[in-house]
Design a protein around this ligand. Structure first.
Ligand SMILES: Nc1ncnc2c1ncn2[C@@H]1O[C@H](COP(=O)(O)OP(=O)(O)OP(=O)(O)O)[C@@H](O)[C@H]1O
Length: 256
């Protein structure tokens, strides 16, 4: 612990949020119309949180996840990751931060069938600006394969695996870069209930072990597994569940 950290801890100072959104809006404009997909989102996510995002079709869930993942930029507002403003980054800077800080798990597993399971998981590390030694890549991939209990399938191709197994490989790929935030979009959408439950148990375990998660889901059972539930309607956060356990997640209702 550094001197400053120790001092802050002893003074009970608030830890800065890993993710801090302030007044985030997103407008999609065409010649004919403007769609206000997000209308002022304030949200703090701290290390170790598990946040779920629910809401009806078209309320802005995917848009919010895209902004959090730096796949798109807000129309206005501030977005900080670990204290660094990222809302105005160029495409290449955004790609760099995304690869270093954020892991993605999608409904469709988005694995590459031409590569082995091992190489799929190693891919984010191979795209890093600073290349890692081969031995470190090997060690990290093996550790992630172990986490998802898929070591025995390292040499297989994704299309030789079941859907549940493919999602576990996608989870390993998302984890391999030690992301500050794991963004999860309908992780069980392509799975039967047994495999869906197994994937959710795995995500819950990762969160118990310290991984920070933000997940979009339509399934209320899975949303309830989160430590904090966000409800979106028409581009606004409606309410928080008020759980006393997670008071460090700050949600604000934003006036129209
Ligand atoms: N690229 C785009 N261009 C124009 N409008 C868009 C674009 N992407 C999203 N929208 C609009 O923004 C609003 C929010 O869309 P978004 O995909 O975030 O909703 P969602 O809550 O994820 O919906 P679903 O649950 O159906 O996936 C919708 O009205 C949608 O039509």
């Amino acid at each position: 612990m550094t001197t400053n950290t120790a001092l802050n801890a002893s003074l009970g100072a608030a830890t800065p949020a890993t993710i801090a959104l302030r007044g985030i809006t997103k407008v999609f404009a065409t010649d004919e119309m403007e769609t206000h997909a997000l209308r002022g989102i304030d949200l703090d996510i701290y290390t170790g949180d598990f946040v779920s995002i629910c809401g009806p079709s078209g309320c802005g869930k995917s848009t919010l996840l895209s902004l959090l993942g730096l796949l798109d930029m807000p129309t206005s507002g501030s977005y900080q990751i670990e204290g660094h403003e990222v809302s105005g980054l160029s495409l290449s800077e955004a790609a760099y931060i995304r690869n270093e800080k954020i892991g993605f798990i999608f409904q469709s597993f988005n694995l590459i069938d031409e590569l082995t399971v091992f190489d799929n998981i190693a891919l984010p590390l191979r795209y890093r600006r600073t290349s890692l030694p081969k031995a470190e890549i090997e060690a990290r991939v093996q550790a992630c394969l172990q986490k998802v209990d898929m070591t025995h399938r390292a040499g297989h191709r994704p299309n030789q695996l079941s859907g549940g197994q493919q999602q576990r490989i996608a989870i390993a790929r998302a984890l391999v870069g030690n992301p500050a935030l794991l963004l999860v979009d309908e992780p069980t959408g392509n799975l039967d209930s047994k495999n869906g439950d197994a994937v959710m148990e795995m995500l819950q375990q990762l969160n118990n072990d310290g991984t920070t998660l933000c997940m979009v889901t339509h399934d209320p059972r899975y949303a309830d597994m989160a430590s904090r539930k966000l409800h979106l309607l028409d581009g606004r956060i409606l309410d928080a569940d008020g759980s006393p356990l997670q008071q460090h997640v700050t949600l604000k209702q934003v006036a129209p």
